[in-house]
Design a protein around this ligand. Sequence first.
Ligand SMILES: [Zn+2]
Ligand SMILES: [Zn+2]
Length: 195
Amino acid sequence: MADIDLKCKCGEVTGVATHITPRSGNRVVCCCSDCQAFAQFLGTEADTLDDAGGTELYQTSQSQVKIHTGHENLRSMRLTRTGLLRWYTSCCNTPVGNSMKASIPFFGIIHTFMDIKDKDKTLGDVRAYCQTQSATGQVDHPKAHPKFPLPIYFRIGRQLIFWKLQGKHKPSDFFDETGRPVAKPLIAKPLVANS
Ligand SMILES: [Zn+2]
Ligand SMILES: [Zn+2]
């Protein structure tokens, strides 16, 4: 079991992801156009996306992700009004992660926010290389899937139920007591015009 240091590019925002093992969460890569759009919104495509446009994440429970410094630099946005809440830092535009709402114990930490050396040992292998239908380059990964593979979908579903029973949606450094995001989400402008 490991604690993973979390850090934005400039070091203002730091934290830790606690009690992480390869089995405790899911290391995945997502090539969907929304994850790509988020990197584009921040202007961090080069650091965030791999050669096929994939974003690597480690999905865990909300209460396992703790912010220690730089809370005031946390920002959130949505690509659509009902989409995932996407977190980043205002100090240096580092992608932080994705969450749903306060009551759902889910947090996907984006690799750019993890300060981790032995990734394969700590997080395990990539369980799924998802949404390759939106990939922007050649995908040559053994776990590639055009959409989102069902076994992972069910695995996350089971984990969410388990985490919820354990109360792992709280405490959260991303939502206040009333369940509001600690930083009011921006709605990405070009998409608001279409909705
Ligand atoms: Zn920063
Ligand atoms: Zn995605």
